[in-house]
Design a protein around this ligand. Structure first.
Ligand code: PGA
Length: 251
């Protein structure tokens, strides 16, 4: 059976002082939890703080972006090896905010994914449609395109040590969650598409849902057969809310 994962995506939020309180609370709140994995993806400058606070605990940490190359003259960028230096477990790639604000293509996202994996990180590949795309009835086409870019570049094997997150753009930060049925339908579609290439990889793959997951809707979403946890934005900044979502993933 797949284990549930609840990962926080702090985005560009936090201060050293606020993070200290939040990280302590999440670490302590998860110390007795079993049957669920928990992680926080923090801004780059706070990786050392996350490492210092969470080392030796059950809570893992990671980043929200990575460069596709190992090193070089790329001012302002951060490599996967640098993330490993801070003992990151995860890195989010292809978040819709990066696709929209920084023009990241699915091909570039696939390159980032593979660079992360080669460095020993678990990439969290985000995909999802906009409201306009959903209303035009092309959700599956959009998601398939985002997924296929990775499979074309890295082969289906690339999904062996990886996490995928379905995040409908219209549900991110809007308070409009996809219904559990809407989310399940896309999750099942993603898993079937991968199963067409390799059924074992598809069956083992952790597929998260993201988009306005809160303590009061997490359990219903996580109960769906192809939803293996959540990628949590706003609610991951509030310790009690985030911990309640993590508990909803416990078996
Ligand atoms: P949200 O963000 O939970 O605030 O909607 C989710 C995400 O962007 O990963």
């Amino acid at each position: 059976m797949r284990r549930k994962l609840v990962a926080g995506n702090w985005k560009m939020h936090g201060t050293l002082a606020q993070n200290a309180v939040l990280l302590d609370a999440v670490r302590d709140g998860m110390s007795q939890a079993t049957g669920v994995d928990c992680a926080v993806c923090v801004p780059f400058p706070y990786l050392a703080q996350a490492q210092q606070k969470l080392s030796g605990s059950s809570v893992k940490w990671g980043a929200q972006n990575v460069h596709q190359l190992g090193k070089g003259a790329y001012t302002g960028e951060v490599s996967a090896a640098m993330l490993r230096d801070f003992e990151c477990s995860y890195v989010i790639v292809g978040h819709s905010e990066r696709r929209a604000c920084y023009g990241e293509s699915s091909h570039l996202v696939a390159e980032k994914f593979l660079a992360a994996q080669q460095a020993g990180l678990t990439p969290v590949l985000c995909m999802g449609e906009t409201l306009q795309q959903r209303e035009s009835g092309i959700t599956e086409t959009v998601v398939a395109g985002q997924l296929d870019a990775l499979i074309q570049l890295g082969g289906v094997q690339a999904l062996r040590n990886a996490v995928v997150a379905y995040e409908p753009v219209w549900a991110i930060g809007t308070g409009k969650t996809a219904t559990s049925e809407q989310a399940q339908a896309v999750h099942a579609f993603i898993r079937q598409r991968i199963a067409a290439e390799d059924s074992q990889i598809a069956a083992a793959l952790c597929i998260l849902y993201g988009g306005s997951v809160k303590a009061n809707n997490a359990a219903e979403l996580f109960a769906m057969p192809d939803i293996d946890g959540g990628l949590i934005g706003g609610a991951s900044l509030v310790a009690d809310e985030f911990l309640a979502i993590c508990r909803a993933g416990q078996v």
